[in-house]
Design a protein around this ligand. Structure first.
Ligand code: FES
Length: 221
């Protein structure tokens, strides 16, 4: 007898096709595709937006150079500042710190500059208007930018580069500086941990650099 060409129905049935109806497969695939694209878009936004912002910065940037920066405590100036022999004022130099960053690197603890603080403990202190008792000068000489120092024996600020001399008010006493030492805005912030009967304050200055050789202070941009 010739061999039968009839195949059993079991031989051509796909078990998976039985498990999932044919009309449901495209819709599930489509949903998976859509979900994958949505996930990619979210990851792209999360990673991409900060990267674009970061890369658009050119060169190292400070975290806001003109913000007030905490540089000392008032008690620290009184305890550690040099005592002016002629005025009784306290003279104290502090660095101004910042964190610089460019597209790739963070440079923590960069020194933006230095500041001289002059505190007169004999003047009644008004924490809201401390300028009458507390003055902040940038230590950069207004002549050509060298660092000004306090000479205790002369009770004056002196610049070693060209013998510029200033008094404790920052006024020019001698030498080529074309203007007084540059003053910075200063404010006091109460240290809440200090006792009510002996309040202490954080000293904050708004650091700023100025152009040298000008008769008046012109901020650098
Ligand atoms: S840089 Fe200070 S006197 Fe010239």
């Amino acid at each position: 007898m010739p061999e039968s060409t009839h195949h059993s129905p079991m031989a051509i049935v796909n078990p998976q096709a039985d498990a999932v109806p044919a009309e449901a497969k495209p819709s599930r695939r489509g949903f998976m595709r859509w979900a994958l694209r949505a996930l990619q878009a979210i990851i792209g936004a999360v990673l991409g937006v900060p990267a674009v912002c970061y890369l658009s910065q050119s060169g190292p940037r400070a975290s806001g150079r003109r913000e007030f920066r905490r540089v000392a405590r008032l008690s620290e100036i009184v305890e550690r500042g040099m005592l002016s022999p002629n005025t009784g004022k306290r003279v104290y130099e502090v660095p101004v710190w910042d964190t610089l960053r460019d597209a790739w690197t963070i440079f923590p603890n960069e020194i933006l500059g230095r500041v001289w603080l002059v505190f007169d403990p004999q003047v009644p202190l008004d924490p809201k208007r401390p300028e009458s008792a507390l003055t902040a000068f940038t230590s950069a000489c207004p002549h050509l930018g060298c660092s000004v120092r306090y000479a205790l024996d002369a009770d004056q600020f002196v610049c070693p580069c060209h013998a510029g001399v200033f008094d404790l008010s920052g006024d020019v006493v001698d030498g080529p500086p074309p203007r007084p030492m540059d003053r910075l805005a200063v404010r006091l912030v109460r240290d809440q941990a200090s006792p009510p009967n002996r309040p202490d304050y954080f000293v904050e200055v708004r650091f700023q650099e100025f152009l040298p050789e000008q008769p008046t202070p012109i901020p650098k941009t």
